[in-house]
Design a protein around this ligand. Structure first.
Ligand SMILES: *Cc1c(COP(=O)(O)O)cnc(C)c1O
Length: 375
């Protein structure tokens, strides 16, 4: 397609790619629906029934804009996290907040550091604002704090991104190790701590960072453990000056009333969160058992998904994934070597995982046969 006129030089230079192909696009292309949707780390266990009720109750009032200050939700979040409301900005998921943060801090040519194979939406935003991405390798399927800091010094980074727990490998570091990174940052560099899965991780995984510390911003979401990915609610915790700066660029009416009401109710329902944690733990164990039954190696997970090492390389894992897709199972896999020897399976219902148990041995046998055949 020709580049349309009127784009800024920066946008005209950007690749015309979509960072994620959604399962809906795959379903349209295949002409049929997936039988198991266990690829996007959504929570099949759903939102809290109290959140559903609150969203239903809010629906008739949807003719009203939401509160542009997200007052009630910010106050409830502050109470929960032991900070002040001026430490918290609410936005359209972590994805939306990452875009705003990059816009606020990354000029054309600014240097940014992340891990090779880590969460791609962050990279998408950095590219979108003309930043230069520097990537360090994973170490033992973990993001590598020391390598991230070393590269940040080398390039004079504005931002260093780390997800803890990590997506796509499901690994995690103790929160104290993440907090210790602050003392190793170069000057004028912000540590972006993505804690999308932290509610599902072992105790002690959340980074013990002072909310007023200007060297870090922590991001959380209602999309994963709270089961509200379609509502688009995330928040960031940071020093008031940085948090207030979001007001200069954010979409003030970006949060809908239904989402605000749902998130508020979900936050209060700690029993539901405990229920989801138990469901997730059981599903992780089941995915691991299904993988082992096929002779594959499940990686330890602190999230609602399991990376399954298919034992060879990206080509084999891609073939296994294609076999699952052909059998109506939506899963995904890491994008770069050596992580791409794995497929990534999100926690599913019992029925979802029954389908996986039936499909995986077939997909694997097919993939191995194709890999052994002469090209
Ligand atoms: C799923 C995910 C997100 C996206 O969160 P939203 O709040 O839905 O935008 C962010 N970071 C990581 C690491 C994720 O896996």
């Amino acid at each position: 397609m020709p580049t349309p006129p009127l784009l800024t030089p920066l946008v005209a230079r950007l690749p015309a790619t979509v960072p994620f192909v959604g399962p809906e696009a795959q379903e349209r292309a295949a002409g049929r629906a997936f039988r198991a949707r266990i690829g996007a780390n959504e929570s099949v266990f759903g939102p809290s029934p109290a959140a559903v009720a609150a969203m239903q109750a809010a629906a008739a009032g949807v003719w009203m804009y939401g509160d542009p200050e997200n007052h009630d939700l910010r106050h409830a979040l502050a109470a929960r996290h032991g900070c002040r409301p001026d430490n918290i900005v609410v936005g359209e998921g972590i994805d939306g907040l990452l875009g705003l943060l990059v816009r606020m801090t990354v000029a054309e040519g600014s240097n940014v550091v992340t891990s090779d194979g880590a969460y791609p939406t962050f990279n998408f935003h950095v590219a979108g604002f003309g930043g230069l991405l520097h990537k360090v390798p994973y170490r033992g399927d973990h993001e590598d704090p020391n390598a991230l800091l070393a590269r940040a010094h080398e390039v004079g980074a504005r931002l260093v991104y780390i997800a803890n727990p990590d997506n796509p490998m499901g690994s995690h570091h103790p929160g104290a190790m993440i907090a210790a990174m602050l003392d190793g940052l170069p000057p004028d560099c912000l540590l972006v701590i993505d804690e999308a899965y932290v509610e599902l991780a072992p105790e002690g995984t959340a980074a013990p960072v002072d909310p007023d510390d200007p060297r870090a911003i922590r991001m959380r979401t209602f999309s994963k453990a709270h089961g509200m990915a379609g509502a688009r609610v995330g928040f960031a915790v940071g020093a008031p000056a940085l948090i207030a700066a979001f007001d200069r660029v954010r979409n003030h009416f970006g949060m809908g009333r239904i989402s605000q009401a749902g998130a508020l109710a979900a936050l209060a329902d700690t029993d539901w969160l405990a229920h989801v944690r138990a469901e997730v733990a059981a599903a992780r164990d089941r995915i691991a058992a299904i993988a082992r039954a096929s002779g594959l190696t499940p990686l330890p997970s602190a999230t609602n998904f399991v990376a399954v090492d298919c034992g060879r390389d990206g080509a084999l894992a891609r073939a296994v994934l294609a076999g699952l897709t052909a059998r109506g199972i939506f899963a995904r896999m890491p994008g770069v070597a050596p992580l791409d020897r794995c497929i990534r399976v999100s926690c599913g219902t019992g029925a979802d995982l029954d389908l996986l148990a039936a499909a995986l041995p077939e997909a694997l046998a097919e993939a191995r046969k194709a890999a052994a055949a002469p090209a």
